[in-house]
Structure formats: structure tokens, C-alpha cells
Write a protein that binds this ligand. Structure first.
Ligand code: DON
Length: 611
């Protein structure tokens, strides 16, 4: 098992010049005896390894994995000595690794992966959506980039309500559902500030995948088969049906899938930069598509779009540092508020126990109550970031929690949960790290496919409180702070997060897809590693729970809690619900001699690629 040896950041940067040598040397394999920290060939900060106690890790997994749970404990992660990309799709992970092997850093690789996902993971990877990126450079610089969509200038507060004030489906399906896309501007901005390569170079793998095509494998086929519904109901209504639903059917495994329009679009962006998308011929195609179906995004909206560098949310949990996303995402604040509450219970009960599920649920109830009422786009509403993330506030909230009795929030019916965002994690051989989450919101977004442009548009407008007080498609009940206003960014749950160990060294890169369950899944993986001492593979495979204040319900994955634990939770007063699956995460953890990468077994499985 990995063991720990530590080194200061100064010593680490002094070793930077050794990295080239290290890149060529054969490092220790997982399970082998540790090399001494001063050994020649150790990469910068390669000595910063979290302590794993194998006995404790096995005991934690044993407690957390009940009989009948769908995944096995104690499985191996993908190991890479130098660098790693974990995304939802193999070709996209390979694109990032290709760029790093060609000399690119983690940001170059993240942008390559992001564009590749827009080709190979069409239901969630995108250029017609938006996202968030958390960066930590090996020299200690940290940054968070918000490239969330914005409401078009012609958006109005009640645009999705019918004459009776009831929500229509227009915020989820069709031309009115889209915010102004941010992905192209965001990825180009990240590359310009922290990358080392030109856009054309990092986009080359994506362009190749779009023009030459890629083999639809079993996992992609499974994903597109799930798109049987989009083929009959969503995609079929719009311009992408011939390409994505040939003969009315979803794409089949074993076929090579080419996207010539998308290849042309990506080539234009590669050659001309984001201007091609926001002002040039791609903007013309997008606006023409909008006009065809009564959409409201204009060329002025596109021209005005800007990604925003924001001050990261930073906080600590049991001596570890979290670097994560501020508003317009709620992810960082909500996760930190929850962790701050949980930190006051030292130690927490074992994962998998009723006591643990109760405390996590009660902490989430409180942080989501704040999230739903107080968080929105900081350009439009004042967000009390400091208060919500302060340890003192968490102590006050923790004091309200009865360890044996559930508190109550008003009940209401939850919405369904499509899982079509995508998160990817990247580390490079010098210790730069990038966590990115990006989305069209629902699978294939609004369903609208830009003819000529070759890409799907998002349905991110549904993340606003389209009718404050009424649930959105994730069952989230949100307040006026997140009501629709022109130019405003809709509140997100996306939580790309980087964790440093108590010595300040890079330890973990993680994040998830799954609407509000993004926040809980990301936090639970961190807790499983930091609090419970699990390996990354077990931390990801362990059953997840979720609470979002409203509906007042503690959800768990089917067979993820034992019957006795469920009975105890009910006896405490929890309304308990089941989900087939909670969230999709892609994570990397520093281990001795390199990295462990774990793709989400709940979706496409191991798509961790490294070298
Ligand atoms: O930004 C958000 O919170 C949502 N638009 C995320 C949607 C999502 O994760 C869908 N499923 N994977």
C-alpha cells in the first residue's frame, strides 16, 4: 500500500530540474517499497503522498460496502507514474495524454480533453454549453474560471410560465431553453492564461476525432442507447436527428461516427480563436438556428459573452485544503459549509452507519437550505460567502443537530435526475492540476442542434429559479436570488475541486456530474479518502447518499445501505428514498510513485489514462 514521505514545497521546486530525468526513469510500482525522498528521479512534489493505513482502509470499505452492494471493495485504480487524465470517455482522456506527451501542461491537456469530449461525448461534452474550471499550478498559484452560460438580453423573469403561472417545459426543451454558451471562450481563456500551447495544437485531437470519426464502443453505444428517448422525443424534433438518430435509431456500437460539420466548426475555432464562435460564421449559424425556432440568443449576446476569473473558494477539512468553485456555482460554498459542520463531530461515525448518514444528511439539509435561498450570480445578488464558509457559522449550525433525531424541512415532490454533465480531472508530470466540470445541463441539452455548426445547445436556463419556490428539473426549490434576469448566470452545483494534503501538497483532483448530487458526491469522495482513509477506488465505489433540504428526504443508492441502517434512519425521523445511482465522478489521487485515477463505475467505468 502507498506510504507517506513528506517534503517541503521549497525542496520540491528545487527538484524541478530532476523532473526530466524522472520522466524517463522507472518509478516504484504500487505496492513496492518506498524510495527515499531524496532519491534521484523523484519528480517535483512526487514525495507528497497521503498516508494510507491499509488496515484502516480495508475496515472503512468493509463498513461502507453492505452485502449486496453493486461494487466490490478493494479493487485497483489505474496507476500512472507521471500524469493522468480521467474523463468520462476514453478518446477524450487519450487526447489530454497525447498533448502532455507532446510537452503540454495540465491546462493544455484539460482544454484538449474538453474539446475532445465535445466530439466523443455529445450528450454532455460540449461547445454549446458552459462550465467551471479549478486550476492549481505546481508553483502554488490557484485560479477558478467561470464560463457558465448567461441569460440572453431578451430573457425575462417569467418567460417559462404559462398564463396560470405554472412552469412550462420551455426551460428544458427547445429554442428558448439555452443560455449564451461559455465553453469555447472559457477553454480558450484558460489556455491563454495557464497553458503553453496554441489553440490549434490542443484542438487537433478533437478535430481529428470529428473529421476521421471514432469507433462507437460498448460504453458509447450504451450511452447513446440511453439516448433512445432523445431519439424519439428530444433530438428527433431538431436538426441533429439524421446524424444522431439514423433511421430513427440511436447510434450503434461498432460503427465509426464522423461529424463533418463539427469538424469544420472546430477547425474554424482552432484557426481564428473564439471570435469565430462568438462573432464569425459559427455565430451566424447559431443565430440562424435560433431564428428558425423562435430562440432569443442574438449576435449581440454572443459578442458580449465573457468568461470570468473568480477568487477560488478555499477552506480546510481536518488540516487538508480545499480549492473549489465560487458562485455562479453553489458547489464550493455548499460543500465547504457541509464539511465545516461535519468537522465539528470528531471523529465522524463510520461510513455506512446510520449515525454517519444521519449527520451527513443533517449537515446537507442546512447547507442546501442556505444554497437554495442565498446563492446566485454575484453580479446580481450579494452572496454572504464569508459567513457561509466560516467555521463559526458551521459550529452554530452543528449545535442545532440532534444526533439521534432528524429535523424537518417542508416536503415537496422531487423531479427526475438526468445525468448529463461531465467532469474531468487532469494532473501533469510537474504537478499542475486541473479540475473541470462542463455541461449542456440535461442530456443533449435543449435538443436543438445548430445546423451548419454541428453542435447541441444547452438547456441551462432551467438552472434558474424559473418560478421561485417551484422545483426545477432536479427538484431544487430556489429563491428570488436565482430568478431570471438578462445577462445573469444561473446558479450551478458544479464543484471542480482540488485538495491539498496537510503539508500543502497536491493530493486529489475530483468533481462530478449529476445536478445537485454533484456537491454531495464530490464531498463524499473527499470524506471517504480524508476522513475514512479509503483508497480512491473504494472511495469512488462506496455507496452514496444525498440530501438537498427540499424535498425533505435522505436518498441512498439502491442496496447502498443495509436494511438495519435504513430502519434506524427511519426511526430517527428521516424520510428515506432510493435512487438507482447518484452522480458520476472522475478523480485522481496522489499515491506513492505516481497517481491513482478512477473513472466512474456507475457510468462508463475506467477511462483513466496516464503514463
Ligand atoms: O450546473 C448545474 O448544476 C447543472 N446544470 C448540472 C446538470 C447535471 O449535472 C446534469 N447531470 N449530470
Amino acid at each position: 500500500m502507498p506510504v507517506r514521505y513528506s517534503m517541503s514545497r521549497h525542496t520540491l521546486s528545487a527538484l524541478a530540474t530532476a523532473s526530466l530525468f524522472a520522466a524517463c526513469s522507472r518509478g516504484p510500482q504500487p505496492g513496492a517499497a518506498p524510495a527515499p525522498a531524496a532519491a534521484v528521479g523523484i519528480r517535483p512534489d512526487a514525495a507528497a503522498v497521503r498516508p494510507v493505513d491499509p488496515v484502516r482502509a480495508a475496515a472503512a470499505a468493509k463498513a461502507a460496502f453492505p452485502a449486496g452492494w453493486r461494487f466490490e471493495a478493494g479493487t485497483e485504480a489505474t496507476f500512472a507514474e507521471h500524469a493522468m487524465v480521467v474523463s468520462v470517455q476514453k478518446h477524450a482522456s487519450e487526447a489530454g495524454v497525447e498533448i502532455m506527451k507532446a510537452g503540454g501542461n495540465a491546462v493544455d491537456a484539460a482544454v484538449a480533453t474538453g474539446f475532445a469530449l465535445a466530439v466523443t461525448s455529445s450528450s454532455n461534452g460540449n461547445i454549446g454549453g458552459g462550465g467551471f474550471m479549478t486550476i492549481r499550478m505546481a508553483d502554488g498559484r490557484i485560479a477558478t474560471l467561470d464560463y457558465r452560460e448567461t441569460a440572453p438580453a431578451a430573457a425575462t423573469r417569467n418567460m417559462y410560465l404559462d398564463a396560470d403561472g405554472k412552469l412550462t417545459n420551455k426551460s428544458t426543451v427547445g429554442y428558448l431553453a439555452s443560455g449564451v454558451p461559455g465553453s469555447v471562450a472559457g477553454m480558450a481563456e484558460a489556455l491563454a492564461k495557464y497553458g503553453t500551447m496554441p489553440l490549434a495544437k490542443v484542438m487537433a485531437p478533437a478535430i481529428r476525432l470529428a473529421s476521421e470519426g471514432y469507433l462507437i464502443d460498448r460504453d458509447t453505444a450504451r450511452d447513446t442507447a440511453r439516448a433512445a428517448v432523445p431519439c424519439s422525443r428530444l433530438i428527433a424534433q431538431f436538426g441533429g436527428k439524421d446524424l444522431f438518430c439514423p433511421g430513427g435509431e440511436s447510434l450503434k456500437g461498432g460503427t465509426v461516427f464522423k461529424q463533418p460539420d463539427l469538424a469544420r466548426t472546430l477547425s474554424l475555432i482552432a484557426a481564428q480563436g473564439p471570435k469565430a464562435f462568438y462573432e464569425g460564421s459559427i455565430a451566424d449559424s447559431l443565430v440562424a438556428e435560433m431564428k428558425r425556432g423562435g430562440g432569443i440568443i442574438t449576435k449581440a449576446d454572443l459578442k458580449a459573452y465573457k468568461p470570468i476569473w473568480r477568487t477560488p473558494i478555499t477552506g480546510s477539512y481536518r488540516g487538508h485544503t480545499l480549492i473549489t468553485m465560487p458562485p455562479a456555482s453553489s458547489g464550493g460554498i455548499t460543500m465547504l459549509e457541509t464539511l465545516n459542520i461535519l468537522e465539528t463531530f470528531a471523529p465522524l461515525p463510520p461510513a455506512g452507519s446510520a449515525g454517519y448518514a444521519h449527520l451527513v444528511g443533517e449537515a446537507l439539509r442546512r447547507s442546501f437550505t442556505d444554497r437554495n435561498a442565498k446563492l446566485g450570480d454575484p453580479a446580481f445578488v450579494k452572496v454572504p460567502v464569508e459567513q457561509l464558509t466560516s467555521k463559526a457559522y458551521a459550529t452554530t449550525l452543528a449545535a442545532q443537530i440532534d444526533k439521534s433525531k432528524a429535523s424537518k424541512t417542508p416536503a415537496f415532490k422531487a423531479g427526475t435526475e438526468p445525468e448529463h454533465t461531465t467532469h474531468y480531472s487532469v494532473v501533469d508530470a510537474t504537478g499542475n492540476a486541473v479540475a473541470t466540470t462542463t455541461t449542456l445541463n440535461g442530456g443533449y441539452g435543449s435538443g436543438v442542434w445548430v445546423r451548419g455548426g454541428g453542435f447541441f445547445m444547452n438547456n441551462e436556463m432551467d438552472d434558474f429559479a424559473a418560478a421561485p419556490g417551484q422545483p426545477n428539473m432536479f427538484g431544487l426549490v430556489q429563491g428570488e436570488v436565482n430568478a431570471i434576469q438578462p445577462g445573469k448566470r444561473m446558479l450551478s452545483a458544479m464543484s471542480p475541486t482540488i485538495v491539498l494534503d496537510p503539508n500543502g501538497n497536491l493530493m486529489m483532483v475530483t468533481g462530478a456530474a449529476g445536478g445537485p448530487t454533484i456537491i454531495t458526491a464530490t464531498m463524499e469522495i473527499i470524506l471517504n479518502v480524508v476522513e475514512h482513509g479509503m483508497t480512491l477506488a473504494d472511495a469512488v465505489k462506496a455507496p452514496r447518499i444525498h440530501h438537498q433540504a427540499l424535498p425533505d428526504q435522505l436518498d441512498y443508492e439502491q442496496r447502498g445501505l443495509s436494511a438495519a441502517v435504513v430502519d434506524s434512519l427511519k426511526a430517527m425521523g428521516h424520510t428515506v428514498g432510493t435512487r438507482t445511482s447518484l452522480a458520476t465522478a472522475n478523480s485522481i489521487l496522489r499515491v506513492r510513485g505516481g497517481w491513482h485515477g478512477v473513472g466512474e463505475p456507475r457510468s462508463t467505468g475506467t477511462t483513466a489514462v496516464g503514463y
